[in-house]
Design a protein around this ligand. Sequence first.
Ligand code: AR6
Length: 191
Amino acid sequence: METHSRFLDGRIVCVIGDITDFRGSGSGATAIVNAANRSLLGGGGVDGAIHRAAGSSLLEECQALRRSTLPDGLQTGAAVMTGAGHLPVAHVIHTVGPVWAGGDAGEPELLRSAYAESLRIAAAADLVELAFPAVSTGVFGYPPPLAAAKAAAAIGTHLAANGRPESVYLVFFQRQDADTFAQSCGLTPLE
Ligand code: AR6
């Protein structure tokens, strides 16, 4: 994975690559975030890639959650943690971002919540590193520049008040998506 840029004293690291390859620096427990849907039972995009790489135990854990604590699925803006199957991280934190519907249907607050809830769960589990994909900016259609600003604000708020996770990685599939993030996030990159 190639580092693209760093922000907030290096606690936000923007990288280019496939999030299923993320393994962290080895300095402590690590998780990746899945941009899931409310069913929690898999889908396309990054969700499909994570389930394929993790193997069947991830789907079985999600099915168990549906039978127990989440019979109606996961609310938009909420998050839940599972194991990570064959992935080289300890956990997957599944969150559901909003479907973009023009911006006046509560999407910004729901996207903020998806990031904030994922970070809250990571902190409660004492995770040292957490990697996010660009939640909602694929199939769900959230404009990437607007999502960048919202994600950066939510992560910045969490990091200002919490020592865990120490580092948040933002994983972009394509260099152009990382460029867009850096230009639109409202944070000053480290030299
Ligand atoms: N690693 C990193 N980023 C990726 C990867 C990957 N392996 N694969 C895709 N992306 P999306 P959403 C980027 O559509 O918009 C699913 O069907 C992708 O280029 O995966 O939140 C779920 O089941 C884009 O920038 O998530 C839901 O139904 C970003 O990840 C729905 O899609 C998010 O794209 C969720 O839609």
